[in-house]
Write a protein that binds this ligand. Structure first.
Ligand code: TRP
Length: 333
């Protein structure tokens, strides 16, 4: 608790360009949550190097991601927005926690298995211990809640297991975090294969809307979205393409599915696609404008980076010290 507020931690990787799915599924909710919680939002660049990155590109993307957090509406004076690599406690606590994590547990991580398959030429140890680093992120800040997508739920569970194990040996060092399950963060699917999640790394550029896509590109991508031959607008499993368009529309306009269905009753797919495209442009255009402006305010962003890293570091150090002492490391003089 800080000032009577519970603590929230979340992070995103700076790999690839953020998509509409990242925005509607996560970032938009982060902004809402920031009113209610004391929030740490990290750009998790330590996680990024588990797969090979071009150094300059990683640096640029990390900076853009941090800027996007702010452009999306996260107030950097109220939220701790920082680079994971600026706070050395993440790596230090991760090492300690690795010694309280079983290989058997890590072997069960489905994301590791997926990534090992995808990057068969680079199955490095970091890829394997990735969930422990994520546990360190969360536990360092004594987070009460962590908003995560279903793909990260297993990592949150292992975090809870590691923290519980550590606490039962050494006393209450860590807060056991809960997943944040609020109003379902929209799960946005690919526009080209609506059975698949919209992804930053999709090879087909028409499958994903990127946050910095030009309005005309956004409209074009929606016009090309894969639908079906039913010819009627309904919200059901048999029409995953249409359902996805309705989900996007509802998330972008804060309308309910029923409201959307009423609005589009008797309309053709073309009308729906145009309306969805326009609703997305309406939220992304101001975000893009803000992003552009912020990108030019170099000293301002630099000062945010510095200030928030210091703030994060101060909190992280407290937890790290407690953990170091608990396991028996000598105090520093
Ligand atoms: N692994 C998360 C992802 O890929 C990113 C992440 C790293 C994270 N550390 C975290 C998310 C801590 C929540 C809390 O999406």
């Amino acid at each position: 608790m800080i000032d009577g507020k519970k603590i929230l931690f979340s992070g995103m990787q700076a790999t690839g360009t953020l998509t509409l799915g990242n925005y509607l599924g996560a970032l938009k909710n982060w902004v809402t949550l920031s009113n209610e919680y004391e929030c740490y939002y990290s750009v998790v660049d330590l996680h990024s190097i588990t797969v090979r990155q071009d150094p300059e590109e990683l640096r640029t993307r990390a900076r853009n991601l941090l800027t996007l957090y702010i452009a999306a509406g996260l107030d950097p004076e109220k939220n701790c927005i920082y680079y994971q690599s600026h706070v050395s406690g993440h790596a230090e606590l991760a090492w300690i926690l690795e010694c309280f994590t079983y290989v058997g547990e890590l072997n069960r991580m489905t994301q590791f298995k997926d990534k090992a398959r995808k990057h068969a030429d680079n199955i490095n140890a970091g890829l394997y211990t990735y969930p422990v680093l994520m546990a360190a992120d969360i536990l360092l800040y004594q987070a009460d809640v962590v908003p995560v997508g279903s793909d990260q739920m297993q990592h949150l569970e292992i975090t809870r297991d590691i923290a519980g194990r550590f606490n039962s040996l050494y006393g209450d060092i860590f807060t056991i975090p809960e997943p944040y399950i609020g109003k379902a963060g929209a799960r946005i699917m690919s526009l080209q294969d609506p059975e698949k999640k919209m992804s930053k790394s999709d090879e087909n550029p028409n499958a994903s809307v990127y946050l910095l896509d030009e309005p005309s590109v956004i409209m074009k991508k929606f016009k090309r979205a894969v639908t079906d031959s039913e010819g009627c607008i309904a919200y059901r499993d048999e029409q995953p393409g249409i359902r996805n368009l309705i989900d996007i529309y509802c998330a972008a306009t804060d309308k309910t599915v029923d409201e959307a269905l009423k609005e589009f009753e008797g309309q053709g797919y073309g009308t729906l696609k145009t309306a969805v495209g326009e609703s997305v442009v309406a939220i992304l255009e101001p975000l893009q404008k803000r992003f552009k402006e912020l990108s030019e305010e170099k000293t301002y962003i630099d000062s945010i980076i510095k200030k928030n890293a210091e703030k994060a570091e101060a909190t992280a150090q407290k937890t790290l010290k407690a953990a170091q002492e608990a396991v028996g490391f000598p105090a520093r003089m």
